[in-house]
Write a protein that binds this ligand. Sequence first.
Ligand code: ADP
Ligand code: ADP
Length: 230
Amino acid sequence: EPVIRFEQVRKEYPDGTVAVEHLDLEVREHELMVLVGPSGCGKSTTLRMVNRLVDPTSGRVVVQGRDIASTDPVELRRRIGYVIQHVGLFPHRTVGQNIGTVPDLLGWDRARSKRRTGELLELVGLDPDTYTRRYPHQLSGGERQRVGVARALAADPPVLLMDEPFGAVDPAGRRRLQQEFWRIQRELGTTVMLVTHDVDEAVRLGDRVAVFARGGRLEQLGDAVELLAR
Ligand code: ADP
Ligand code: ADP
């Protein structure tokens, strides 16, 4: 049973733009699936249909065996991590408080939340003693993305959605973050859907790569090595 399944999904925005058409796609458990393709071909729309930031016009999106059309979006988003390019940390909350956002909503006690924050900062390569009490404006772009990843992973979500997560980081830092993220994903086994327009990133990170083309169509699907060989 795949963790995420798109069945004949179509998304037409109210202005008539068809963003996604005839999409059938399955994401397996523990898989890092990359969606790649030029700008405007429906990658972000596809991703956002998994946490109901966007709902399909027709077809179904099934997550962990359930058609999410009947799932409360707020409840869904607590189970699904989401990381975007400009990660949107809460500016008036410390790094620790940012990472604790979902645990707080879930009512975790302080000790558990604190332990988890420390673990996650270690995981993303930031020393907890140095970073827990800093504010977002005291961080570099790369450090902010790391905190964004830590926040998204805080409640150990089975699914993580990432939309150009390293796009705002300088090229040298990006390469390092990609490698570290790859290691983290292997370690945790989180099922990930990651959107990028960068083919190198797709090949470096993806277990499988879904290539989208203009008009919101899935053009090719395969493992990264296969696609590279074509
Ligand atoms: P990508 O992530 O591949 O760049 P998107 O999913 O963001 O593509 O967009 C796909 C198409 O849908 C584009 O033509 C885009 O302009 C359009 N689009 C995206 N969001 C909206 C919206 N809220 N309203 C109307 N059109 C949109
Ligand atoms: P406040 O100052 O608002 O009472 P704290 O700054 O003590 O809150 O804690 C906010 C969050 O930061 C906690 O939920 C926890 O996740 C994290 N946190 C605080 N101190 C530490 C610490 N020493 N190590 C790891 N995480 C911490």
